[in-house]
Ligand binder design. Structure first.
Ligand code: ATP
Ligand code: MG
Length: 574
């Protein structure tokens, strides 16, 4: 490709909204343009890199027996009603009507459509396993689209779905996809960590996220200083201490007037009790049913854990009217004792360990003290409902948890039969019984992967592409366009590099050397072949490696060999 023909306009200034390196550099290198919030044009350089990522995906998936399909972006509501998600998927799901009044949505993910596709073909256990994927446009009406392609509204996802005869086989497929993802992100030149993850709106029991380590990441990861334990903060656990509770110490309940004191800290100061003696009692709507969630006064409720443990589709704080109806008191005085309506109660492990606790009395302006789990109330479920913090004990060993930021580039989910049961995606097993297929699903954001690669590989001058996903692998820079021998040497090397299979750009623009160098660094070609009149007289050209900044004088006759060997070595490096 000739720079004079390349559909690229590099920029010095970028819109203020671009704050992270990848967003700024994608704009500056002329790779993307914004059409609307979270919706972008991909220009040629971006598309070339995205296609390379897609081809790495295809390669690693196809060789593991996955098959590519393509499903529509527009999906009928009926399928979402069948799975139950039409009601639960929030406003990220863009819904609309067609001219006949039928309800549709733009696919944010494709569990429903693929389960429908599979059930139409599935009859016997002999047909399984199936592992199908697509690379396709998704739409999620994100509340805060930002960071360019990292969190767009319209974006490209590789989404894959597996169907197995039983749990054992499905877990093997999950492992196979975990390995595929590890191979894919390694080939894309990323430094990443696979971490234990919550399953959110997709559902299922087991999940890992592939997190690229970067300060600009939106996710918080907790990982052990000693062992391999690592989890998203939504899922991260700490060691559960043994609660040594002696009922002989239990005192009699007492209701105390606490006017104008609402927060745990205010009431604790008023009652002269440490916040650790408090039970923070919160009422949530879990799939529209009120549930009392209790955590120790100094801890925060983790909504993702409520969703996971109650196997819910939707968790939100209850509105004031619900709280008042359930407790029979004003907001701020909920507690497990004396509730007007009997609702489900769940408690964090730590709550069961508090002796003579204080909490809301279900009476306006009152708190109750000397409350004891087991004597005064019995939770329906005791589990882990808190946000784990850095510095806490690792749940697996005697290490402590450290915190780092990550960009989630991919996620694998073990779904079980969540969709296949609801949507009757069944088969006849060897014994003649009808069984639901056991499913998994696996997603990778293609644009987010490219952005994450830039976050990890750039400097103050521009992008430093990993070879495998670089839009072009090399650039030839003839510095003096008015010197015939320079132009000629440039054209010859350009033709030879192309013939050797190196994707090359020649910067044939009549511009100053400094201008060409700046653009080459900004666009991030892994190799720059610099042709200047003086070095040509010595029979050499200068080759610069963008990654290291290293410059080498190479005899003209050896340039192609040098560049191809460097390219192969980079592609082979793991
Ligand atoms: P997030 O938590 O970041 O919103 P998610 O967990 O909802 O993402 P998944 O449903 O797991 O996303 O989707 C699979 C992959 O698709 C993600 O790992 C990510 O790489 C990509 N992805 C998800 N949402 C977006 C988005 N808004 N823009 C770009 N890529 C996205
Ligand atoms: Mg995810």
């Amino acid at each position: 490709m000739r720079a004079t023909r390349l559909f690229v306009q590099t920029l010095k200034e970028v819109p203020k909204e671009a704050q992270v390196a990848s967003h700024i550099l994608l704009y500056r290198a002329g790779m993307i343009q914004k059409l609307a919030s979270g919706i972008y044009n991909y220009l040629p350089l971006a598309l070339k890199s995205l296609r390379k990522i897609e081809n790495i995906l295809r390669d690693e998936l196809n060789k593991r027996g996955c098959q590519e399909v393509e499903m529509p972006v527009v999906q009928p509501a009926e399928l979402w009603q069948e799975s139950g998600r039409w009601n639960y998927y929030g406003p990220e799901l863009l819904r609309f009507k067609d001219r006949k009044g039928g309800d549709f949505c733009l696919g944010p993910t494709h569990e429903e459509v693929i389960t429908d596709m599979a059930r139409r073909n599935l009859k016997s256990y002999k047909q399984l396993p199936w592992n199908l994927y697509q690379i396709q446009t998704k739409f999620r009406d994100e509340i805060r689209p930002r960071f360019g392609l990292m969190r767009g509204r319209e974006f490209t996802m590789k989404d894959g779905y597996s169907f197995d005869v039983d749990e054992e086989a499905a877990l093997k497929t999950y492992q196979l996809m975990y390995e595929a993802y590890t191979a894919i992100f390694t080939r894309c030149g990323l430094k990443f960590k696979a971490v234990d993850a919550a399953t959110g709106a997709i559902g299922g029991d087991k999940s890992h996220e592939f997190q690229v380590l970067a300060d600009s990441g939106e996710d918080m990861i907790l990982s052990c200083s000693k062992c391999d334990y690592a989890a998203n903060e939504e899922k991260a656990r700490t060691k559960i201490g043994e609660a040594l509770v002696d009922p002989a110490q239990f005192k009699a309940l007492e209701t105390i007037l606490t006017p104008d004191k609402k927060s745990v800290e205010e009431v604790a100061a008023f009652l002269k009790l440490p916040v650790e003696r408090f039970i923070k009692s919160m009422i949530y709507l879990v799939d529209d049913e009120p549930v009392l969630v209790m955590v120790r006064g100094d801890r925060e409720v983790n909504e993702a854990k409520i969703q996971a443990q109650l196997r819910a589709n939707k968790v939100e704080l209850a509105p004031d009217a619900v709280i008042e109806a359930v407790t029979g008191a004003a907001v701020g005085f909920a507690g497990p004792v004396g509730m007007k309506k009997k609702i489900k109660m769940v408690a964090d492990h730590m709550v069961a360990g508090i002796v003579n606790a204080a909490t809301g009395a279900c009476k306006s302006d009152h708190h109750i003290v000397n409350v004891n789990s087991g004597r005064d109330f019995t939770p329906d479920l005791i589990g882990d409902f808190i946000k784990t913090k850095k510095g806490e004990a690792c749940p697996k060993c005697d290490g402590v948890l450290e915190e780092f930021r990550g960009i989630e580039v991919g996620q694998v989910f073990f779904l079980g039969t969540k969709y296949s049961e609801k949507m009757k995606c069944t088969f006849i097993d060897a014994a003649g019984a009808e069984k639901p297929a056991v499913m998994g699903c696996y997603g990778i954001g293609v644009g987010r992967t490219m952005s994450a690669a830039i976050e990890q590989n750039h400097d103050e001058h521009g992008i430093i592409w990993p070879m495998a996903i670089a839009p072009y692998e090399a650039v030839v820079l003839p510095l003096q366009m008015n010197k015939d021998e320079v132009v000629k040497a440039g054209e010859t090397l350009y033709a030879e590099l192309l013939a050797a299979g190196v994707e090359t750009v020649i910067d044939d623009r009549d511009e100053r050397a400094g201008f060409k160098f700046n653009d080459a660094d900004l666009i991030g070609y892994p190799v720059q072949v610099v042709i200047g009149g003086k070095s040509l007289e010595k029979g050499v050209v200068e080759v610069k490696i963008r990654k290291t900044g290293e410059k080498k004088e190479i005899p003209v006759a050896e340039v192609v060999k040098f560049v191809t060997e460097f390219k192969e070595a980079e592609l082979a490096a793991k």
